[in-house]
Design a protein around this ligand. Sequence first.
Ligand SMILES: [Zn+2]
Length: 124
Amino acid sequence: MNEKLSRLRFRAAQQYELRCFVCHRPYGPRFQFHHVEYPADWKTYRDFKTNTKYNEYIIPRIMERPDVFLLLCKPCHELVSTVQRVRGQGKFERLLDACRRSRLGGAGSARRAAGKRKSGRKGA
Ligand SMILES: [Zn+2]
């Protein structure tokens, strides 16, 4: 990407506090502006032959309509894109439920936490 586009991208990213919406990692290379919606009359990435041409088109729109995008780091963008593909009656909610239970609750996680305390390294 050329220097002018990099500067414009940086200015666009300033609208999002220069950090990933999900993990709050500071803005850097390979961050992406993720569409939360596609306004009907907007072109898409596929309408452009080069990444540069697409960026010249989309960056002014990010400046005008920051509500249409989220700033995401590459790993979080991949995660969001993967989870977006989860469709079907109640499936998304059950996926979130499964993630919450795996992280936060259940006897298994309490045992794991106790185990870590006993065998964990001193200090840290
Ligand atoms: Zn992130």
